[in-house]
Ligand binder design. Structure first.
Ligand SMILES: Cc1cc2nc3c(=O)[nH]c(=O)nc-3n(C[C@H](O)[C@H](O)[C@H](O)COP(=O)(O)OP(=O)(O)OC[C@H]3O[C@@H](n4cnc5c(N)ncnc54)[C@H](O)[C@@H]3O)c2cc1C
Length: 464
């Protein structure tokens, strides 16, 4: 139930094992967080949610699928990430650790010291990180080394890097946690996203993320699986004729659709599950590329707009207090520089969001555009049309995005280990044959499909 990357991954595993499999999706189109749509003007294709795919390219399960056969093509921009600073310079995350270190100035070696070993062993590290927290690590030494750094607050690990550009680059990656960067565990996001950039890049899918979902669906169909759209499930009993039900849903939704069926203690744990801060997103149709002052920003699809470590720390503390900073940290993507198929000739699209409190009802459009203007004066003159997606609109488009939380629940340390419950197989529910697989299960938010993969493996094991 649910056709997000986790739901489709689960369906592919089950269909691949020879079971008759059907995906039921509430909305008229498939893909959940992998959808693309003409949000602004005809001919301009925008990724509604996910746009950049270091996690998909690190996912042991997605990497094992023949998705190229079904039209999925990764585009690797010259550099994974650019992070402009005032004064017209930019810190650049290059594919090569060495080149990144050289570009970061006199103290660039700090970057290599921190990340080079993890980048060399990324396959093993990614397999361990994209797994349930209670498992026997494939690479125990590397995991121990990673854990010592990952458990720190990002603000503390940042001290291992000297110089404004390196600290800013790291802070922008850590800010993907959607948490104040003084919180323990936020360093993990900074390490993982930096290292993934070196190891697998931060690619985009030619034609938009929807092509990724379409390839997953095509592969599922090739295995005999079916899909049904516009078919919301309101009550778990509707699905009961199935021997296995895998729910690509959040804990609160599960508690609702399974009301009266779940043991009281488990239902209360689902209801206690916490959602985190939200996204406020803009998409633009542009008549030309973004006029970055730092021309290096044109080498990357992803650009982090937040200035220095200190500024990003202030921005990420604000949404946790229920506020939105005047200069919010903005995640910005410019796919058409590398994929002209997404817009009419000579035209461009851009995608951006900032973090806001869960369920926030304000308007961050001006603040986001001012951050782009700060590093690309004249940007606003290039806008042909804009689309705004508020936290409430996210939830209307996809019931899993509760209050606009894009990660399927707060990713703080406590909840990384209890997603939604602690255990070696948190995908199992107390109901026979019913499993959870969404981003609210380990390893959490992002397009990697590993929640779906592990949930389906648990189901197959229970079937014997
Ligand atoms: C703005 C934004 C930007 C993001 N950027 C990135 C990125 O660049 N890279 C990245 O890796 N990740 C990104 N993410 C996160 C990523 O999209 C999600 O973590 C991922 O899609 C979660 O997958 P999922 O399968 O758990 O659920 P989802 O993708 O949310 O899919 C759940 C599906 O279940 C369906 N559903 C819900 N209720 C019902 C019901 N009652 N009956 C039937 N169907 C139902 C929904 O309609 C939806 O299709 C982003 C998310 C957002 C919102």
């Amino acid at each position: 139930m649910g056709s997000g990357p986790n739901g489709l991954a689960a369906a592919i595993v089950l269909a691949g094992a020879g079971l008759r499999t059907l995906v039921r999706e509430a909305k008229p189109t498939l893909g959940g967080g992998l959808r693309s749509a003409e949000l602004t003007l005809p001919g301009f294709v925008h990724d509604v949610c996910s746009a950049v795919h270091p996690l998909a390219c690190s996912s042991p399960f997605f990497r094992s699928l023949p998705l190229g056969r079904y039209g999925l093509e990764w585009i690797q921009p010259a550099a994974p990430l650019a992070h402009p600073l005032d004064g017209g310079t930019a810190a650049i995350l290059e594919r090569s650790v060495e080149e990144t270190a050289r570009g970061l100035g006199p103290h660039g070696r700090d970057w290599a010291r921190l990340f080079a070993a993890f980048a060399r062993h990324w396959d093993a590290l990614a397999a361990d990180v994209l797994a349930p927290p209670l498992h026997i690590p494939r690479s125990p030494l590397m995991m121990a080394r990673f854990g010592l750094k990952a458990l720190l607050p990002a603000t503390v690990l940042a001290r291992a890097l000297r110089g404004t550009p390196a600290r800013a680059l790291f802070a922008g990656n850590a800010a993907h946690a959607f948490l104040p960067l003084q919180q323990p565990g936020t360093a993990a996001f900074g390490v993982l996203l930096s290292v993934a950039g070196h190891a697998v890049g931060w690619p985009i899918a030619r034609g938009g993320s929807q092509r990724f979902a379409d390839a997953l669906v095509a592969h599922l169909r090739s295995l005999g699986g079916g899909v049904e759209t516009g078919a919301p499930v309101e009550r778990l009993e509707e699905l009961r004729p199935a021997r296995i039900v895998v729910l690509d849903l959040g804990p609160h939704q599960v508690a609702r659709i399974a009301r009266g069926l779940l043991p009281e203690g488990y239902r209360r744990r689902l209801e206690r599950y916490r959602y985190g801060s939200a996204a406020f997103k803009l998409d633009w149709a542009l008549d030309a590329p973004v006029p970055w002052t730092a021309r290096d920003c044109l080498r990357s699809a992803t650009v982090h707009l937040g200035g220095t470590l200190e500024e990003i720390v202030a921005s990420e503390a604000a949404h946790e207090r229920g506020e939105v900073h005047e200069r919010p940290f903005v995640l910005f993507v410019q796919p058409t520089l590398f994929d002209p198929s997404r817009a009419p000739p000579g035209r461009h699209t851009a995608w951006a969001y900032c973090h806001v409190p869960n369920g926030w009802t304000g308007d961050a459009s001006d603040r986001i555009e001012r951050q782009v203007e700060r590093f690309a004066p004249g940007f606003r003159e290039r806008i042909l049309a804009r689309s705004v997606i508020t936290p409430a609109e996210f939830e209307r488009r996809n019931a899993n995005l509760v209050g606009g939380d894009v990660n399927g629940g707060a990713m703080d340390l406590a909840q990384v280990f209890r997603r939604p419950v602690l255990g070696p197989t948190p995908y199992r529910t107390p109901l026979r044959g019913v499993y959870l697989c969404s981003a609210s299960t380990p390893p959490g938010g992002g397009v990697h499909g590993m929640g779906g993969y592990f949930a389906a493996q648990a189901a197959l094991a229970d079937l014997g």
